[in-house]
Design a protein around this ligand. Structure first.
Ligand SMILES: Nc1ncnc2c1ncn2[C@@H]1O[C@H](COP(=O)(O)OP(=O)(O)O)[C@@H](O)[C@H]1O
Ligand SMILES: [Mg+2]
Length: 336
């Protein structure tokens, strides 16, 4: 279990993390999602006591990190894929960490095997690719067999097969009852990996919710209409109070009325319909919409929003959704 309460971090004039509160619970993968520069790494460093909060607290299993007797056995983290000495081998890197926390030597071979580095375990780590560095970082996090795991953008540098492997590993670790907190700026990746989401922008909490809830809340209710009677249809939509635009392909995209209401309207006015389809916003759209005001740097003029879907009804959830992780898992290794 990880808890952040009123967490704030200032670097000079930059407010990197702004009064952030959230909980990460065991048994599920929690995605920590936000655009680049939104404060994810800073938050994770504060959880691991690598940075001091300006104010607020973080707790791992109910204690500040500094009070954990054997920290590597309670919480493992991959925060920086290059956090090893380049002249040391993966094996020696893990050996010195194991000694520091009284971890059995046999565990080193286990974690090297889990991450697939057994064959290169005695090569200088400085020669490793970014992907191999990530795998060594994951091995390091797993070394103490901890119940709480943090991974900061772990799939950076992995090839597609590695990404799939990492995704299954995170899900397996959560299914064993562990607390798994993984950051990413990629919503689509998170929708495949995570069960819950903590979404931040500019250091503040935007949403704390389940992936399914995030998706369903994020549906942009626009309807696409294909008709040979474009002008008359546009006028009818306007009369009925909808907002509508004609797209470059000649179709109409309308908001403010449901597909059913538009179908009724067409029947009433005897308007020919060739196609009537609700448009669902993609997760990417939802994420862009949610974090629109929270992106630190943006390329000039390029707005990610989709034409004709301007009246989305995204709202910040007013309540926390604790039900999302109430699924029970039968596992002998149930952890806190
Ligand atoms: N050590 C630091 N010194 C000064 N500013 C920092 C430092 N670390 C992060 N920042 C700033 O804090 C903000 C959040 O950064 P970061 O936590 O790295 O975001 P993310 O991991 O979400 O990309 C950014 O504006 C970044 O430039
Ligand atoms: Mg980061």
């Amino acid at each position: 279990m990880i808890v952040a309460r009123g967490l704030t971090k200032r670097y000079g004039r930059t407010l990197a993390v702004d009064n952030l509160s959230f909980e990460v619970t065991p048994g599920v993968v929690t995605g920590f999602l936000g655009p680049n520069g939104s404060g994810k790494s800073t938050t994770m460093r504060m959880i691991m006591a690598l940075d001091n909060p300006t104010s607020g607290t973080t707790l791992v299993n109910g204690k500040p990190y500094a009070e954990l007797a054997w920290p590597l056995r309670e919480v493992g983290a991959l925060l920086d894929a290059k956090a090893y000495h380049p002249a040391r081998s993966a094996y020696d890197h893990l050996l010195f960490l194991a000694r520091s926390n009284d971890i059995a030597r046999s565990r080193i071979d286990e974690v090297l095997d889990i991450v697939g580095l057994t064959e290169v375990a005695h090569q200088r780590a400085g020669k490793y690719s970014l992907g191999m560095g990530q795998r060594l970082g994951i091995a390091t996090a797993l070394l103490g067999d901890p119940g709480v795991l943090l991974f900061d953008e772990p799939i950076n540098g992995l090839d597609p097969e590695g990404i799939r492997w990492a995704r299954f590993l995170l899900r397996d670790l959560a299914a064993e009852g562990r607390t798994v907190f993984v950051s990413s700026h990629l919503i689509n990746e998170m929708s495949l990996t995570a069960d819950r989401l903590v979404v931040i922008g500019r250091g503040t909490l935007i949403a704390e919710t389940s992936v399914s809830e995030f998706t369903s809340q994020s549906v942009l209710d626009a309807v696409r209409i294909v008709t040979p009677m474009t002008d008359i249809f546009m006028a009818a939509l306007c009369d009925a109070g909808a907002a509508a635009t004609v797209e470059t392909d000649g179709s109409i995209v309308a908001t403010g009325l449901s597909a059913a209401q538009i179908g009724e309207l067409a029947a009433d006015r005897i308007l020919t319909l060739h196609e009537l389809s609700p448009l669902r916003g993609s997760l990417e759209d939802a994420f862009m919409e949610l974090t629109h005001d929270a992106v630190e740097f943006r390329a000039g003029g390029a707005s990610g929003s989709r034409t004709g879907a301007g009246s989305s009804t995204l709202t910040r959830p007013s309540t926390r959704h604790h039900d999302a992780h109430s699924r029970t898992r039968t596992n002998p290794k149930e952890r806190r």
